[in-house]
Design a protein around this ligand. Sequence first.
Ligand code: GLN
Length: 472
Amino acid sequence: MFYSSISATQTALAAGEVTTVQLVERYLASIGDQRYLNIYVEVFADEALQQAKEQDGRRRAGARLGRLAGIVLSIKDVICYVGHGVSAGSAMLEDFVSPYTATALQRLLDEDAIIIGRTNCDEFAMGSGNENSHYGPTRNAADPARVPGGSSGGAAVSVQARTCLMAVGSSTGGSVRQPASFCGLYGFKPTYGRISRYGLIAYGSSFDQLGLLAHDPTDIALGLEIMAGADNYDATAPNRPVPAYTRAESEGSKRIAYFPDVLNSKKLDGSIRKATEDALQEFRDAGHTVEPVTFDYFDYVVPTYYVLTTAEASSNLSRYDGMRYGYRSPNAATLEETYKQSRSEGFGTEVQRRILLGTFVLSSGYYDAFYGKAQRARRVIQEQLRGILADYDFILMPVSPSQPWPVGEQTDDPVANYLADIYTVLANLAGLPAIAIPTGNAEGSHLPVGYQLMADLWEEEALLAFTRRIKK
Ligand code: GLN
């Protein structure tokens, strides 16, 4: 039997209903039984058991235990953990071992979190279905013929399939909310800068944030409370006080905005439209103010995101040159051949496509037309969203326009695939916090659905408190 929250787990541990070792053994057995889902790139079985044993000893001795004692987590394969492999789902880093630990992960470890393994993901977090991984696709536990979403697909299924309690993922444009929604979980991305990015393998540095996937928003609140805050190794994580997210209460009637254009879009799946409309109706019935608003720039959202993130990716990924670390082609004879062949053999198709796109939009002569313009568009998008959020507490919208698709059936048309990111990339473009909220299975279907709520910068306290308040 598995517990569905941190507090339920810790109550059982304190009552002696279960030991930490037994808990870890159950999760390891669950991993073993569900290998076909391809959730993990690597399982840290011996180490997790060792940590569990050590914690049980401390518990028996009445010694201090951290706030995450007995809590089993997975980490996405883009998070550095000293002495452990980290590959970003790429052949480029298949044999790479982290020389240090990500700040946010260290904070979780300091509270006695037990890390059970690193989860599969799209290569360098580029993708929405976990099909771009060097290790093959992860499968959705609700329907193994379908994708779990991406890029944190393994993270989502690790929680969905009960192989750990909570997962640490990362979001550049939706990689936490979209897989969470495809797998029936809460998935949260904080304000840009709330959590240090030190030790997170870079994709688009002005977008990247760590996030959490769980069954229970209170667990996410605690995880955030521990991970958030300033870090001398990340200048974009400011010295702002970290609220006690787990204690924040949400009261009174809230003002919730939605975009009718989104609900009327022909591209929106019917059951997702229904889940979104039902949520709006429930909020009206509960006495909240629910009002339509307009956003003028939907047509520019996906192009802006893909110009800026590919530009940043082309720069970030230039470090994988076959010389310093990562894959080096054995077939190269000269320095230039080493660069070319290592990168051609080490990176997959999607990553290469994005490096080429990013190099193009940054090249002289095109820089102003593409990169400069996209930066201005990003500012305009952020200003309009923040204008709405000056009048409303939250914006409610779908997470994805489509349901999880069958593995292998994503189209070969990258533009069509990119367009499906439209509702999630908004929060990343504007740096806003957002959370995917599951609402159960779609009517008459075995596939989960949900919606998302977005809040103004640094309003994760209100966002998480409201999410906890409305949890059924
Ligand atoms: N699907 C989006 C992309 O491919 C978002 C990925 C992410 O958030 N890491 O860029």
